[in-house]
Design a protein around this ligand. Structure first.
Ligand SMILES: *Cc1c(COP(=O)(O)O)cnc(C)c1O
Length: 370
């Protein structure tokens, strides 16, 4: 049996340190906005190469609070990838703005900079690239476009802790970035958690207030804020796991390289890496024909797979009633993507078994085709 992701196994190497950290928090008697969160924020800002990190309750809140802090709301538009986890779109809707979807580059599945111009209107305020599956979007052409049109670039970095673009980390590639520490992410807590990174002092100060009832000083409320804080217990868990993140991402990269080599002559389409990008392989996503059969036959051999994501956001019921542009690339991807097992605790032997099974099920690549 090859599981897709076993979080018990992922956290097992950290067990003793996690237990010690839990006990430290328990005995501190201080559970919200204390030393653990402050220390994690400093550690994560340093890791990302940003001046600030603001811990929040989850990744969705991180994105929502960034948009609110930038003053984006009703009547505004935000350009988003059509193919992403739904949270990207929900964040835009939560502040009352309109998501304007664009189709991705077919090879990487990431936001296609060439399609931004067609999505621009006088109401556009921001572009929100998603570093999908652990690979950063192509930030330089996106930043150039944003600069030309006076737009903010807000990163959805929920799948890309540690990924690099031209050497800089995800989180340091826009005006601000939203991270998720959902347990299955590359840096995962033992519950919900999220963070915002930014270099902008004033934005950081506003975000610290917004996440805490709009208050910078106890019982003084400048903004209509929310309660969205990363708690001390989760901060302590993340402080244990952050020092291991690079090593864990390196294991993911080795396993991804193994897949790429092993599947070279197999009839699946492999994930492409764009120029200047160093992915952290949150997911390893291939495209296959007859996906249902392939997934079923892998399952029959004890190999678990998932689909990220089975429907483009505009095809979800929540969004079905609005008019959307044609998004054929996203729809085609949604019908063919298949995520293979990858994590820091999968073994090379497990990856080889997946490769062998896939080769049997789909056969060899015909020359000149995927
Ligand atoms: C996980 C994820 C989020 C949301 O994070 P939560 O912590 O679950 O709220 C946002 N965007 C993307 C791309 C994600 O994968």
């Amino acid at each position: 049996m090859i599981e897709f992701l076993n979080l018990r196994r992922v956290n097992a190497p950290h067990e003793a340190a996690l237990q010690a950290a839990q006990q430290r928090v328990l005995r501190s008697g201080w559970y919200i906005l204390g030393e653990e969160t402050a220390a994690f924020e400093a550690d994560f800002a340093r890791y990302c190469g940003t001046r600030h990190c603001i811990g929040v309750a989850n990744g969705l809140d991180a994105l929502v609070l960034i948009l609110r802090a930038l003053g984006i709301g009703a009547g505004d538009e935000v350009i988003v990838p059509a193919n992403t986890f739904i949270a990207t779109w929900l964040a835009v809707c939560q502040v009352g703005a309109q998501p304007v979807p664009v189709d991705p580059r077919p090879d990487t599945g990431n936001l296609d900079p060439a399609r931004l111009a067609a999505a621009l209107t006088p109401r556009t305020r921001a572009v929100m690239p998603v570093h999908l599956y652990g690979q950063t979007a192509e930030m330089e052409p996106i930043a150039t476009f944003a600069r030309q049109h006076g737009l903010y670039v807000v990163e959805d970095a929920a799948q890309a802790h540690g990924a690099r673009y031209r050497g800089a980390r995800a989180g340091a590639l826009g005006v601000a970035a939203g991270f998720s520490f959902y347990p299955g992410k590359n840096l995962g807590a033992l519950g919900d958690g999220g963070a915002i990174t930014t270099d902008d002092d004033e934005l950081a100060s506003r975000l610290r207030a917004l996440r805490n009832y709009g208050s910078r000083k106890k019982y003084v409320h400048e903004f209509i804020g929310v309660n969205s804080r990363l708690d001390e217990l989760q901060s302590a868990m993340l402080r244990v796991k952050l020092p291991a993140l690079d090593a864990e991402n390196a294991v993911r990269a080795q396993l991804a390289a193994r897949y790429l080599r092993g599947l070279e002559d197999v009839a699946v389409e492999l994930p492409a890496t764009a120029e200047h990008c160093e992915p952290v392989w949150h997911l390893f996503v291939v495209r296959v024909d007859e996906r249902e059969r392939v997934q079923r036959e892998l399952a029959a051999r004890g190999i678990a797979t998932l689909i990220h994501y089975p429907a483009a956001c505009h095809r979800q019921q929540a969004f079905a009633e609005r008019p959307w542009p044609a998004l054929p690339v996203s729809e085609a991807l949604a019908g063919r993507v298949l995520s293979l097992p990858i994590s820091p605790v999968h073994t090379p032997a497990e990856i080889d078994a997946v490769i062998a099974a896939l080769a049997e099920i789909v056969g060899p690549r015909r020359s000149g085709s995927a």
